[in-house]
Ligand binder design. Structure first.
Ligand code: ATP
Length: 135
């Protein structure tokens, strides 16, 4: 029997990342990762830094995100992400440089450093490296 599909749209403020019909989408909710299948009841949640994983066919595809809003309607799912990169699009050298910068900031005793900002930059970079490394 054919698996039921749900319509999914993933956008950033700059571009449409994905639009299509999937059998499932997994996303990094604030309270942990969750998975949505066709027919799920409507809800709205905030996303954390992490991985969006869509299943269109047998092979799941991964997208790194730095957060956003995830909305389930009867007509489908819309994700409005702050940033979103397909695993194969991630520039590993850039993420590695961002990771090093953030670690240096966190290790420094400079009172001008915004630690929360450095922690968030480190989390974004580590997430990109993890997702790029899964391929
Ligand atoms: P950097 O310090 O390298 O800019 P960042 O975490 O501060 O990293 P963001 O503000 O999250 O970057 O993203 C800015 C834009 O750059 C977004 O469009 C995002 O998709 C893209 N981007 C950031 N890092 C990478 C990367 N390693 N590979 C591909 N695109 C990236």
């Amino acid at each position: 029997m054919l698996e039921k599909r749900l319509h999914l749209e993933i956008r950033t403020p700059e571009q449409l990342i994905y639009e299509g019909d999937v059998t499932s989408v997994r996303a990094p909710g604030e309270l942990g990762s969750f998975e949505i299948l066709a027919g799920h009841i409507p809800f709205l949640t905030v996303l954390d830094i992490g991985e969006i994983r869509i299943r269109e066919s047998d092979t799941p595809q991964s997208i790194a995100t730095s957060g956003g809003v995830f909305e389930v309607l009867r007509t489908g799912v819309t994700v409005l992400a702050d940033t979103a990169e397909w695993a194969y699009e991630i520039d590993v050298e850039r993420a590695e440089a961002a990771r090093q910068r953030a670690e240096e900031h966190l290790a420094s005793r400079d009172s001008n450093i915004n630690y929360a900002r450095a922690e968030a930059a480190l989390a974004r970079a580590t997430n990109r490296l993890r997702i790029a490394g899964q391929q």
